[in-house]
Design a protein. Structure first.
Length: 535
């Protein structure tokens, strides 16, 4: 394989005019939810320096700015993050539009194989993107170390990359700069890959043809060079990556007219010394991605179902632990303020937290679109040891409908796992409190929640949400109150309050805490209102 090379190119085409964070948040909330967007977007008086200590180490430099290492001031873990800074003064309209698109795409990302964007800070002169620090190194460096992967390793890596890509394409996004350097391992010694760098990404649909020539030449699809292409360009780039993983060499390299001609014609060679021991199935998979005609090229869904992927990754099929369903049921039945807290916590978790639960999410997501549908969850529940009534199942998804959707996104899943599977430590609590405390006053107020959630959250007024945790009854929540409230529902506890169901509640003390495993939401004959009974 040749050393890392090929420059990022961008010319031609146009995008919509730029806007501020408020405009971005307004457009994205229907896609990603208010907590996901407004809970991570900050303006004055909140500053980057209040929450993070900037370092001098440069982690990387891309087309849209350099990335520096920083550490979180909150908590005791000194969590490392990566900060990309954009200077706004004198920014040309085209560059501003590209920056806006990158932020919009990154804010909407919510998948186990995509790097997380923790916070965005806007000032009059700069925009700062605070991202998770993906510590395991680039896929490029791993390939350089081992020269080439065996087929099972290559298929595993390809499947992970395709899962992230299928998520993007399923949600109307295209990456446009896929390459080895844009996939990183999450932790040292880990084999879990995450996609990064959305500087050339944009929202699109399958029929819209893009004109902008961008990406890294060695990975660029023939149709991109002709400036008329769709999201299928990403699959060609995946073909280049798979070619490198299997052989240790690039199918195309250099920037000469001859190399550009070879890319346009799809001319590459399976040299015997590198491909002699590679299976016919692997070669056929690679050819199906490096197909010049994008309509005949595998798409992200069919690539995931290709026999070379499924046969080499069959061992990754996972049985779902019963406690996962318990956690989802607990989350769906939790009080509104607690659900808001857990949803915000989902955006503070580290890769070590994700490691405990992410494989369950991927296993439940049978169609690989990055969400768990009611049908997928029902199918998984039927195969589990957990007996769940249809009424209980409907209650779970009724909560989702109240919040604007009927699917479980990855952040929803992480929020649910906070009830049983993920330890609630001081770092998570303090990080979550600070995200709600928008003006750094030391209190969470109804005004804070209104900015993030709007006037109501799942039908409940924000003033009522504050009162749930406001033990002092002074109209605001301090950190001690917040911590006590959050811990009271963890792990797997549910506060039961009921009026008019004394026969059910007689079995427990008023306002008693009981484990979720002991509670079932059911409906009594002739009574449409749900009541709580012990199993």
């Amino acid at each position: 394989m040749t050393p890392r090379g090929g420059s990022s190119r961008s010319s031609g085409g146009s995008q919509s005019s730029g806007g501020n964070l408020g405009e971005i948040s307004e457009r994205l909330q229907p896609r990603a939810g208010s907590i996901s967007i407004m809970g991570r977007c900050h303006k004055a008086p909140r500053t980057l320096e209040q929450d993070y200590q900037m370092g001098s180490k440069v982690l990387g430099t891309g087309y849209n700015g350099s990335v520096k290492l920083a550490t979180a001031r909150r908590g005791s873990s000194n969590q490392s993050v990566a900060v990309k800074t954009f200077r706004l003064k004198g920014l040309k309209p085209k560059k501003k539009a590209q920056l806006q698109t990158e932020i919009e795409v990154f804010l909407a990302m919510d998948h186990p194989h995509v790097a997380r964007l923790f916070d965005v800070y806007e000032t009059d002169t700069a925009l700062h993107l605070v991202m998770e620090c993906v510590e395991g190194g680039e896929l490029f460096d791993r390939v350089m170390d081992v020269k080439s992967f065996n087929e099972q390793q290559a298929a595993d890596a390809a499947r992970q990359m395709l899962l992230s890509l299928h998520y993007l394409h399923s949600h109307g996004m295209v990456h446009r700069d896929l390459k080895l350097e844009n996939f990183l391992y999450d932790l040292q010694g880990s084999n879990h890959l995450k996609m990064i760098d959305f500087g050339f990404s944009k929202y699109t649909d399958e029929k819209t043809r893009m004109r902008t020539s961008c990406g890294t030449l060695a990975y660029v699809a023939p149709e991109v060079l002709k400036r008329s292409y769709t999201s299928q360009c990403d699959l060609w780039s995946m073909g280049v990556i798979v070619f490198i993983l299997l052989s240790g060499h690039m199918p195309f390299h250099g920037e000469s007219d001859a190399q550009i001609h070879d890319i346009k014609k799809g001319k590459y060679v399976f040299k015997q010394e590198y491909w002699g021991n590679i299976s016919a199935s692997a070669k056929e998979f690679t050819r199906s991605l490096l197909e010049v005609d994008p309509t005949r090229r595998l798409n992200s869904g069919t690539a995931l179902e290709h026999k070379w992927i499924t046969q080499n990754c069959a061992a990754q099929n996972l049985d779902i632990d019963v406690s996962v369903f318990d956690a989802l049921r607990s989350w769906s039945a939790a009080p509104k303020m607690q659900r808001a807290c857990m949803s915000m916590m989902a955006w503070t978790l580290t890769n070590k937290h994700h490691e405990k639960v992410r494989d369950y999410f991927l296993a439940l997501d049978r169609d690989h679109d990055g969400t768990i549908s009611p049908a997928e969850l029902r199918e998984a529940m039927r195969g589990s040891r957990l007996s769940v009534s249809e009424a209980t199942f409907q209650e779970m998804f009724q909560v989702l409908e109240q919040s604007g959707g009927i699917e479980i996104h990855y952040s929803d899943f992480l929020a649910a796992m906070m009830s049983t599977r993920i330890d609630l430590d001081e770092d998570i609590l303090s990080s979550t409190f600070q995200k709600f405390d928008l003006d750094s006053s030391g209190f969470i107020t109804a005004a804070d929640l209104r900015t993030i959630l709007g006037d109501t959250f799942e039908g409940e007024k924000v003033e009522e949400l504050v009162s749930e945790a406001d033990d002092k009854k002074d109209g605001k929540i301090d950190y001690q109150e917040f911590s006590q409230y959050a811990r009271a529902y963890h792990p797997g506890t549910l506060l039961l309050k009921s009026a008019g169901h004394s026969d059910a509640m007689a079995k427990v003390k008023d306002e008693a805490y009981v484990t979720v495993a002991e509670v079932e939401i059911t409906r009594r004959p002739g009574n449409e209102a749900a009541c709580c009974v012990l199993m």
